[in-house]
Design a protein around this ligand. Structure first.
Ligand code: ATP
Length: 343
């Protein structure tokens, strides 16, 4: 297994800076997700690790070895990209054994290994099929098997579940997540889908406009977002203006104690999550603007007396929301334990 280090990587295409001063380490056997909006530099980061792009500045290290100038084919990485790019003129087994065949691994050995991996992802019965006859999810698994068959030091996944339906994504997320943990291969996983990233990764790196905003466990980036960008990108946030005041922050409708107090008194922004509010006739008066039933939860958009809008999740089993709709006034309380100052 291998630790991957990006050491102050900048990549420019002409006057366009795709990534700037990106430093991160993917630890031995770790799954690290890179998330961020379209065009923020996720693929460029991955392509630089793969060796398809040479950084304008900085170094890429695999353990203690500087691979910045090592050609892609000489880096022992497995790749799974968005479009799978399976060889359509070869069977599933031929796809799965392609890499080892190129390396001169004997037929029996490479087929046994491929079969083991096909079994692991639950598609061993498809070994003789044409990729064109498989569903998207099955093709995706073949692509993963093909990448793993060469026993890569590092696995690079770029939006591998694009185009799959939500249910299948959820299943594959669980299965592939488990598989990566079992195999223990160091993995860099690129996606714009933060739910996917949170579910599969040991740590998440949030990228914005070519720069890293925060790296941490899924819990950390959700519960302690480093700034408003991360708070907004990871999960649903209610960013609210407040005044820091000695030991606490004053939100206007409530004063709450926070774990990390801002260093100076004055204007701050706090993040609250939709689950931090409870509709229970509490002291915070709010006007209902909209309600959406999203399966087991009612999402409600309300306006606070100071004009700020927040989103809250109501469990209809705990709070009676029958007949509550736009124009109604409701009383809320805020669980201050998760309130976090972001700027
Ligand atoms: P998406 O989620 O849309 O795939 P991304 O986060 O993967 O986006 P990149 O593909 O890494 O983003 O692109 C980052 C920036 O670098 C973009 O502004 C893009 O236009 C630019 N870029 C990427 N590759 C090239 C290239 N070969 N030539 C010029 N500009 C490029």
């Amino acid at each position: 297994m291998t630790e991957v280090t990006l050491d102050n990587i900048t990549k420019r295409f002409g006057s366009e800076t795709a990534i700037e001063d990106v430093s991160l380490t993917v630890r031995d056997g770790e799954v690290l997700s890179i998330v961020g909006p379209s065009g923020c530099g996720k693929s460029t980061t991955l392509r630089t690790v793969a060796g398809f792009e040479t950084p304008t500045e900085g170094r890429i290290m695999f353990d203690e070895t500087d691979v910045t100038d090592v050609r892609a084919e000489n880096r022992n990485v497995g790749l799974v990209f968005q479009d799978y790019a399976l060889f359509m003129n070869m069977s599933v087994m031929e796809n799965a054994t392609f890499g080892p065949r190129m390396k001169g691994v004997p037929k029996e050995e490479r087929e046994a290994k491929a079969m083991e991996l096909l079994e692991l992802v639950g598609i061993e019965e498809l070994a003789d099929r044409d990729p064109a006859s498989l569903s998207g999810g099955q093709q995706q698994r073949v692509a993963l098997v093909r990448a793993l068959a060469v026993e890569p030091e590092i696995l690079l996944l770029d939006e591998p579940m694009t185009g799959l339906d939500a249910k299948l994504k959820k299943r594959l997320r669980r299965e592939i997540g488990q598989l990566l943990t079992d195999i223990g291969v160091t993995t860099l996983y690129v996606t714009h889908d933060q739910t996917q990233a949170m579910a599969m990764a040991d740590r998440v790196a949030v990228l914005n406009d070519g720069r890293i905003e925060q790296i941490g466990t899924p819990e950390t980036v959700y519960e302690q977002p480093a700034n408003p960008f991360v708070a907004n990108f990871i999960g649903t946030s209610n960013l609210l203006p407040a005044t820091a005041n000695g030991e606490a922050v004053d939100l206007g409708f409530a004063t709450v104690e926070v774990d990390e107090l801002p260093t100076t008194d004055g204007d701050v922004t706090v993040v609250t999550r939709p689950d931090d509010f409870t509709l229970n006739g509490g002291p915070i008066q709010a006007d209902v603007l909209d309600t959406f039933y999203i399966g087991g939860t009612v999402q409600m958009i309300v306006e606070l007396p100071d004009g700020n809008q927040i989103s809250l999740n109501v469990n209809p089993k705990q709070s009676d929301v029958t007949g509550v709709g736009p124009g109604d006034q409701v009383g809320l309380s805020l669980d201050a334990s998760n309130v976090h100052v972001v700027s």
